[in-house]
Design a protein around this ligand. Structure first.
Ligand code: CUA
Length: 302
């Protein structure tokens, strides 16, 4: 849960019940008038009042008050969740949407596939996209915001109860749109720092192939490269290391440490034959020791 949920739900129910009330009222009156004032004979002419100031003031005034109330509540809620009046010392987490996964970068540079936040702390998400428009949607927080290439959008919230909540992509972004799933993990007091410390240092603590396997999932390799030999958007990692790779320009290259490294940093230079040059570059976004353990992981998939 997050702190805005009560207000957002109130606004939703307010609009919903006002709409339901007036829909019922207008439909009921309309059906009643159709019978009550129907023309009973061909000669009958309509009579009755042509004007009622009291009635007109009521049916103009009441809707105006209601829509202004909806606007004011919605406007302040929008300002609160998208930035301008939010707390200036929020904890900032960078969000990158890309086909087809989310990447969350923490203040210390650590990248994770899930969103971890401390409880009772104002959090600011600064979001952008690598390719097409995505939309970060956290139903449990009643929050949804487009993630657009070439610009930054923001979202502010404060988790109020430790727990795990699901994140969806809510903008159709291609083949694996429905796989753009992640979690928000709201940590109990004190747990967050422990988690971040542990998560940030896993490369030093785990065996290289295990750390590589984790990076393979968390850095998004898995969304295009399978580990079991089945087809994907990119070549499978199964039995990749050491074999001769045909390239799209007709030449052949032996898959060794340097070829894998180059393919991560400059993926468009030597594109494997039969695949589209769609891999984004990881230049400046991945550390050398991360590349090293990824290579160890790929080596282990023989
Ligand atoms: Cu990203 Cu749909």
């Amino acid at each position: 849960m997050s702190e805005n949920v009560g207000r957002t739900d109130f606004l939703f129910h307010f609009i919903y019940y006002v709409a339901l009330f007036f829909f019922s009222l207008i439909m009921a009156l309309m059906i009643y008038f159709v019978f009550r004032y129907r023309r009973k004979s061909p000669q009958e002419l309509g009579t009755g009042p042509t004007h009622s100031t009291l009635l007109e003031v009521i049916w103009t005034g009441v809707p105006i008050v209601l829509v202004i109330a909806m606007f004011v509540i919605g406007f302040f809620e929008y300002m609160r969740t998208t930035g301008p009046v939010a707390s200036p010392n929020s904890y900032e987490i960078q969000v990158l949407g890309q086909k087809w996964k989310w990447q969350f970068t923490y203040p210390n540079g650590y990248v994770d596939q899930n969103l971890h936040v401390p409880v009772d702390t104002p959090v600011q998400l600064t979001m952008t996209s690598e390719d097409v428009i995505h939309s970060l949607f956290i139903p449990a927080f009643r929050m949804k915001q487009d993630v657009v290439p070439g610009r930054y959008t923001k979202m502010y919230f404060r988790g109020t109860a430790p727990g795990e909540y699901v994140i969806f992509c809510a903008e159709y972004c291609g083949t694996s749109h429905s796989d753009m799933l992640a979690r928000v993990v709201v940590h109990a007091p004190g747990e967050y720092e422990k988690w971040l410390e542990e998560a940030s240092n896993f490369i030093d603590k785990l065996p290289a192939t295990e750390a590589g396997a984790r990076l393979y999932l968390s850095r998004g390799c898995a969304s295009c490269h399978t580990a079991d030999g089945s087809a994907g958007t990119g070549p499978t990692f199964k039995a990749l290391f050491g074999h001769d790779q045909k390239l799209s320009d007709g030449s052949t290259v032996k898959v060794d440490e340097n070829y894998i490294r180059e393919s991560i940093i400059e993926p468009q230079v030597k594109v494997a034959a039969g695949f589209e040059p769609v891999m984004p570059t990881y230049k400046g976004r991945i550390k050398d020791k991360e590349i090293t353990v990824l290579i160890e992981y790929i080596k282990s998939l023989q």
